[in-house]
Write a protein that binds this ligand. Sequence first.
Ligand code: FES
Length: 346
Amino acid sequence: MKVTIHSRSDRYEFDADGSKPLLFAGLGDGIALPYACASGTCGSCKATLKSGSVGDAWPAAPGKKGFKSDSQILLCQCAPRGDCEVEVAESVYRMIPGSTLPSGVNARVANWRLLTHDVASWELELHDPMTYEAGQFVLVRFPGVEGQRAYSMVNFEPGSRRLELLIKKKPDGGLSEALFAANPAGTQVRVTGPLGAAVFKPDAGKDVLCIAGGSGVAGMFSILDHAESIGYFEKNSGHLYFGLRSMRDAFFLDRLTSVARYALGALEITVCLSEEAVPDGAAQQYPGLFFAHGFVHEVALKQMTGRLANVHAFLAGPPPAVDAAMRGLILQGKLSPKNISFDKFS
Ligand code: FES
């Protein structure tokens, strides 16, 4: 089947066999189609079907909110049923040669460990190695579960078969509740990736600012891991603001203590507690970490305003917190939007 994409910048054609959605068929062909969550929730891949027909894997996808006609589709959910033409409202470009193209790979849940009452760390053992950039994510499809879920890599081991991920238990989140109820180690899953544009680019030489809430800190570990591995903090500074409700929700603080120690003072890590005062002894228990009371974006903005001249910011976590951080960085911090990266998951 032939798929034609009309965009503001150019027209592209690629072949598709109908086995995967238009987004993944196009990305696999090196065409940088627009997307963010890649899983039907954000609406970033909205397009208009001009001719032909598609099969829609998730007719009730939340990303369709605001759709005005039946010809509007989500590229991440719709697979072609024959030749078709699709219009994308924005500019679309070819990826630069050598870019890592997402593909599907089988995997096994190799490890599962509860970190708190509602956050778990888990590892996937991939059938084939995956190359990815720090900050990227994968989609995971569980057997018998509709749709795919997005998870950012915690580890930075491009080319390995191991992916370390975090998952948060969501109230009424059917899949997460089922996983927390029964250790899924050994389950065979299907992984698609790597995906995501909020990636660390060392060549830009920017100081790194990470603002993350809860399990959104996953991708920040990957970024810090990459930076650490190339000695990035010998020339650049880094700041991580990690938002939690209370110490009951805390995880990976020992690991962050080690990360801070290796950066020899060039990386400042602040744990922000929004629902309780900082307990006595927290700083002594985790030497090298700073603690503050308040919402993570508010603490970060207060401390970083006036220090953002050469910064690239990475944001992750609950969407309202990401939106608030972005607004504050742009309006209050005068940081250019091009120096702010995040992947929108809803
Ligand atoms: Fe398709 Fe988010 S809805 S990328």
